[in-house]
Design a protein around this ligand. Structure first.
Ligand code: 4GN
Length: 224
């Protein structure tokens, strides 16, 4: 799967490209992440890509032309790339939506700064507007990285033996509790059943814990 990212801060993406699960996916040629410096698509010597907002008010708006030129260049390589804009106005990113996106071959992520992009980009160039949650952050980059990470976990081969099937939310429930050595610390014991070696019992306990966890912490997930 290929990601093309349009951003004013390409260096931020070293956070996911250089280490961890995504870096390994890149090494295995299952993933690639290409960043595009939007300023390279400016038409003036100052490399400006933004201008004042029509109607007034504080803050700058990202202009149509540089973004459209950049998308055109990406689509010369990947004509079917789906363009996603990260914004608080988007549909909420869920495990399910990440799974659907992971089926695509190529996506382009547009990262906004300032007051965001000219609305005509959203109308004509953007296929999907996605939000990572009901809060505002200073730029679309961190949101794009959250999306890339959640999508890449579900690309076959990126995690060892399909570990994402065990992720929280994969079955609509929260996770069960996890324990490792030592068996006892400061009087706190690992639940007996996990030491029993009886896998069916362990599976049943984990299922029950996941359900209880969800009931206790996220009643809204049960109601759905
Ligand atoms: C996305 C972008 C929050 C999200 C963002 C989100 C940059 N904040 N909830 N900040 O997914 C206005 C235009 C804010 C760019 C945008």
């Amino acid at each position: 799967m290929r990601f093309d990212v349009i951003t004013l801060f390409p260096a931020m993406f070293s956070a996911i490209k250089d280490e961890g699960v995504i870096a390994r996916g890149i090494k295995k040629s299952l993933l690639s992440i290409h960043t595009w410096q939007l300023r390279d698509f400016s038409d003036n010597k100052h490399r400006n890509i933004d201008d004042k907002s029509y109607g007034g008010g504080a803050g700058m708006v990202m202009q149509v032309e540089p973004i459209r030129r950049c998308i055109t260049e990406i689509k010369q390589k990947k004509p079917n790339s789906k363009v996603i804009y990260l914004s608080p106005q988007g549909s909420k990113l869920t495990h399910q939506l990440a799974a659907e996106i992971s089926q695509l071959d190529s996506i382009t992520l547009l990262c906004g700064r300032y007051e965001g992009v000219d609305e005509r980009i959203i109308e004509q160039d953007v296929d999907m507007e996605i939000s990572i949650g009901d809060y505002v952050i200073s730029g679309g980059e961190l949101a794009a990285m959250v999306l890339i990470d959640s999508v890449c976990r579900q690309v076959p081969g990126v995690l060892g033996n399909q570990d994402s099937l065990n992720d929280s939310f994969a079955d609509g429930l929260l996770d069960y509790p996890h324990y490792t050595r030592p068996e006892e610390i400061d009087g706190q014991k690992v639940p007996e059943v996990l030491l029993s070696g009886h896998q069916a019992k362990i599976d049943a306990w984990r299922k029950d814990q996941a359900l209880k966890n969800t009931q206790l912490k996220r009643q809204d997930l049960i109601s759905k």
